[in-house]
Design a protein around this ligand. Structure first.
Ligand code: SF4
Length: 479
């Protein structure tokens, strides 16, 4: 994707679509707290950021393209917050090409029969096109291409009901994955889809309540984690406190397994499972399934590191830092020439020759999507003197696209959908290539917590077993 000639560093990863944060905190600096939370959730979306703040009478909004620090300088936070501010919701967004517009940034704020509402959404509706058409027939006008506007129009349609009832009706209408925050001038409501695909948790800071996509946002604010929002649950937070409504009964649980593999921050706990521990367990499982005669184990930073440590602990082969990440390259860089583009991986990663020289290297990455960067990393390690490079992946081959809010790629671009493992190995130039099995990853993750069993995850991008029916495979823009 590009914005005015600035391009994202090409990196072979699935992209998370959004992160949401909501604060109910009369007497607190809610805008500043939301800013801290958005900062902690920046990894879930780097293309636009937005915040809406309610002061009991009005909702103020600011959103723009860019990182949280770029969109919200100190002055802007001061402008959003006044002495009566009591509620805030924030959103960070990544989007696919074509929908990279500020009009699609969130939260969406609108006036309806009963006042003002702000809505922020993480996920993807699988029946958005159908709903959009139904709404358009009855006179609804759309200004954006996001699913969130479909939700907004449904809320407006049910404006004769209380907001709680309206949300329950919306929940019956919409299908797909979602964690949604709805804010009035003085209340916040949060809801999670009945399968629990996308995460949403609840925390407390003194008298304030916080809803966040990941628990790392609560830690950043100094808040205490209370619990995850249940699939199909709506929580209402206002001056009466917190009320929980069991809006829909889930048919089955389907937590996105990729939150544990790659998306979520390693310090987050999602549905009772510490992400870092889950990644280590995947590495341990990989060592049980694949034994390699190697001298050192290295991880592709950052998300491959925990699995590499796990593999090392289980196999007894020493862990080394063999690749160094340039932490200051940032999200984007200017690409003056095509030649420069091919150097992109070197801008982000460098092999540590002193660590890998003359060694049989076991390199662990969390996933291979299109296969565009793995070959370059293997080549970099060989140039740095590695005698052998064995690539191990701490998840199964990705063979199906995601329709639940993750930008994978179309199926024909997924390398494991169109090539055998041996063909991929040859393409990336590794001495061997191995993936973790589906059974192995499910056991490894489920064993790290008490809440979820092996049957409680969405694994559709490995198995093609989509837990929620997809009627709109084109999809509209996520979030
Ligand atoms: S298809 Fe894959 S990425 Fe999408 S929700 Fe399911 S597990 Fe997550």
């Amino acid at each position: 994707m590009s914005i005015d000639g600035i391009h994202d560093l090409p990196w072979d990863k699935m992209e998370e679509e959004c992160g949401v944060i909501g604060i109910y905190g009369p007497g607190k600096e809610v805008a500043r707290l939301a800013y801290f939370g958005m900062h902690a959730l920046q990894h879930r979306g780097q293309e636009s950021a937005g915040m809406a703040v309610g002061d009991g009478q009005e909702i103020s909004l600011h959103k723009a393209m860019g990182l949280v620090t770029e969109v919200f300088p100190e002055k802007k936070i001061g402008e959003l917050q006044n002495e009566k501010s009591q509620v805030a919701i924030g959103h960070v967004r990544y989007s696919t090409t074509g929908s990279s517009l500020v009009s699609n940034a969130q939260p969406l704020v609108f006036r309806y029969a009963k006042g003002m509402l702000a809505v922020a959404h993480n996920g993807n509706l699988t029946n958005a096109a159908e709903l959009r058409q139904d709404l358009a027939v009855t006179g609804a006008v759309f200004q954006t291409t996001t699913d969130t506007e479909v939700i907004v129009n449904l809320l407006a349609r049910y404006s004769q009901s209380s907001l709680e009832e309206a949300l329950m009706k919306v929940m019956i209408d919409i299908k797909g994955s979602y964690s949604i925050l709805v804010m009035t001038e003085d209340r916040i409501l949060g809801m999670r889809d009945p399968y629990g695909v996308r995460p949403l948790c609840l925390g407390r800071l003194d008298n304030a309540y916080i809803l966040a996509s990941e628990s790392c946002a609560l830690d950043t604010m100094g808040a205490t984690f209370i619990r995850d929002i249940e699939p199909g649950e709506i929580v209402v937070i206002d001056k009466k406190g917190l009320t929980s409504l069991k809006a829909l009964t889930p048919l089955r649980r389907a937590s996105c397994i990729f939150e544990y593999i790659y998306f979520a921050r390693p310090d987050s706990v999602i549905d009772g499972i510490w992400v870092n521990l889950a990644r280590r367990a995947m590495g341990r499982q990989l060592a049980q399934e694949v034994q390699i005669d190697g001298d050192i184990v290295i991880g592709v930073p950052d998300s491959g590191t925990a699995a590499a440590i796990g593999y090392s602990l289980e196999s007894g082969i020493p862990f080394e830092e063999g690749l160094m990440k340039n932490r200051y390259i940032g999200r984007t860089f200017i690409q003056p020439t095509q030649e420069m583009r091919s150097q992109a991986v070197r801008l982000k990663l460098n092999a540590i020759s002193k660590a890998v020289e003359g060694k049989r290297v076991i390199m662990i990455d969390d996933s291979i999507v299109r296969g565009t960067t793995s070959g370059k990393i293997v080549q970099m390690l060989r140039q740095a003197g590695a005698k052998e490079v064995h690539m191990l992946v701490s998840s199964p081959p990705i063979t199906y696209p995601c329709y639940y809010g993750i930008d994978t790629a179309v199926r024909k671009e997924l390398i494991a959908a169109v090539k055998t493992i041996e063909e991929i190995r040859e393409l990336i130039g590794a001495d061997s290539l191995h993936y973790l099995t589906e059974e192995g990853i499910l056991n490894a993750i489920a064993e790290q917590g008490e809440g979820l069993t092996c049957k409680d995850f969405c694994t559709a991008c490995f198995s093609g077993d989509y837990p929620i029916e997809v009627t709109d495979k084109q999809g509209s823009s996520c979030c």
